[in-house]
Design a protein around this ligand. Sequence first.
Ligand code: FAD
Length: 347
Amino acid sequence: ALAKRTLSQFSVSNSISRSISTLVLAEHEGGSVKAPSVSAVEAAKLLGEENSITMLLAGSGSSLQEAAEHAASCHPSVSQVLVADSDAFAYPLAEPWAKLVHLVQQRDDYSHVVAASSSFGKNILPRAAALLDVSPITDVTDISGSHQFVRPIYAGNALCTVRYSGTTPCMLTIRATSFPVTPDSADSKSNVASISQVDLSTFDKDSIGKSRYVKLTSEDTERPDLGNARIVVTGGRGLKSADNFKMLEKLAEKLGAAVGATRAAVDASFVPNELQVGQTGKIVAPELYLAFGVSGAIQHIAGMRDSKIIVAVNKDADAPIFQVADYGLVGDLFEVIPELLEKLPEK
Ligand code: FAD
């Protein structure tokens, strides 16, 4: 047993002392890298000072090349951009992406692989980790060294510090809201990373997996993305119907806000599932979070407790949402929202 312990201690310290090189999996859309992937670079910066950070993009066509150019200048810490251009990546399906990460990792031997804890990252990273036979660490909210991380447990009611002692690569998903990109970081036009193509000659795209892309259904809206919005207006079961959510949408339009919902509102089909905030929905941390007819169940709070200012309107003075709210109004939302709509100026 002693020999075993000594051996495993040796392998831990050996892996820690290796130089750090990080592969960041980048999600892109319309020729730009999405903000959570830039936050993943911000997180990767904290893994160590001498960290060489590579962004990996996959896709096909001209928007991929545009996104690669954006990736090369989106953050000064990115030193290289790798581009995998193939029909196999025309849609962000997890199976080909996981195989791609496996291929790139086997070739370049990164010490860390990082992705944002978005649907994209949560879909790909565990599959890639399984192919590489390592345990991923998910939902990281703080990094205090190359192998020490903080992540929430029990629906965000406790924070757990974990030390990675496995083999390389150390694979992480990070909560984008915990690693905001500083204005200094965002303004990196002076630093442009090199762009190179991934050699896909050994990539077998015919044995990719069981998923097949069928179609994308999305709402054409000018409202900001829920995950990155500065203001979020959320409705709960108290809204009572899909029709009443329109009132909330009008309020969101006036405030330039995104619309969110509780799981109860989603389950009742008031709004689509992608608007759910909480433990099993999106994690948000806007500057202002307005909650109407939301009771404040721990699973909901887990997704919005890091908001800077929380305002709650509920007709029940004992609703738990008031325990986390900075401003609370005990009242009927069917009176409060129309009054707000009337008093707020047109956008
Ligand atoms: P309710 O709890 O029914 O609350 C409705 C509130 O509206 C009440 O407080 C009521 O006083 C108020 N109200 C009613 N009428 C009015 C009015 N006219 N004016 C003002 N106020 C009014 N939930 C999530 O939200 N996100 C998650 O990610 C999530 N994940 C979950 C995961 C698991 C494993 C489980 C078990 C549960 C999860 N839930 C999640 C569900 C969660 O436990 C709650 O059931 C849910 O959040 C309740 O939603 P609600 O506040 O809209 O509804």
